[in-house]
Design a protein around this ligand. Structure first.
Ligand SMILES: [Mg+2]
Length: 275
């Protein structure tokens, strides 16, 4: 908990306006969303998938106290987010969302696997904690029902996964009609090209919510020289023409491809669970 509070304070001091709070879960050796050995968080951690053991019971037992502690430490103004990483059923997510209501999360991300859109009705019936979904979506039809029925509050599609700038613009426009704001995915496996596109698009829409930012490695930054800037909690696409991103192919050729896979998640009895 002390490390978590230090890390939140560090990112607040860097100027981030919204911070996703993730931590280890007592009784589980490792979990998603937590960096190892002080390095930047990178979920794809090995050439063949590693295995993480998961317990929904231990997670649900622990999480509200973790978020409560962070809220108590940082007060009501700092926007707090949390990523559930598709680990719950709708009724479990409803319970979690309700238990987190006193701490006023800005969003609860991916509470359940997002394929079953009508499942989100059950979450909505039980909690007012805002819901953010969409980093795995590919078209407007993957989120049509979620948006139309106002079952979510933030749509997290990324330009590179959901059909490009034109298609994501249509998703965001459709979302705007239904009180849903943008919250584009910004993980490190999305390149600076995607980040530049997301910043341009985000600047152009009235229902911009948040832009996720996980810093790229220095090598990635060097291979993709770019005009955009992310500092003091804001992103600016820069003034260069187009997306304002180049690709240094000579430099890129110096880095051999090394495969990296996301882990496999198993319950304590060995059965496979959603990663
Ligand atoms: Mg996520």
């Amino acid at each position: 908990m002390d490390e978590l509070l230090e890390d939140v304070a560090h990112h607040r001091d860097l100027g981030y306006q919204a911070i996703r709070v993730q931590s280890g879960v007592p009784g589980l050796a490792k979990t998603y969303g937590v960096s190892q050995d002080g390095a930047a968080y990178e979920p794809a951690d090995s050439a063949l998938p590693s295995e993480h053991i998961w317990s929904t019971e231990k997670y649900l037992d622990f999480l509200p106290s973790m978020v409560a502690r962070v809220r108590e430490e940082f007060g009501p103004q700092l926007k707090l987010l949390h990523d559930v990483h598709h680990r719950l059923t709708p009724i479990e997510a409803g319970r979690l969302g309700r238990s987190l209501e006193p701490y006023a999360l800005t969003w609860m991300e991916d509470p359940v696997p997002a394929d079953l859109q009508e499942g989100f009705r059950l979450i909505r019936q039980h909690t007012t904690t805002p819901v953010a979904v969409g980093e795995v979506f590919n078209t407007v039809w993957d989120c049509y029902q979620l948006i139309q029925e106002q079952l979510i509050d933030y749509i997290r599609v990324s330009v590179v996964h959901a059909g490009g700038i034109s298609h994501v613009r249509r998703i965001f426009d459709f979302a705007a009609l239904h009180h849903v704001r943008s919250g584009s995915h910004g993980a490190t496996d999305l390149s600076p090209v995607c980040m530049a596109a997301a910043l341009h698009l985000g600047l152009s829409i009235p229902n911009f919510g948040l832009q996720e930012h996980m810093p790229h490695t220095e090598a990635t930054e060097a291979v993709f020289p770019h005009a955009y800037r992310i500092a003091d909690g804001t992103g600016h696409p820069g003034d260069a023409p187009g997306l304002g991103v180049d690709i240094d192919e000579e430099l890129a050729a110096r880095y051999a491809y090394s495969p990296a896979y996301l882990p496999v998640s198993r319950l304590e009895d060995g059965s496979v669970h959603s990663w």
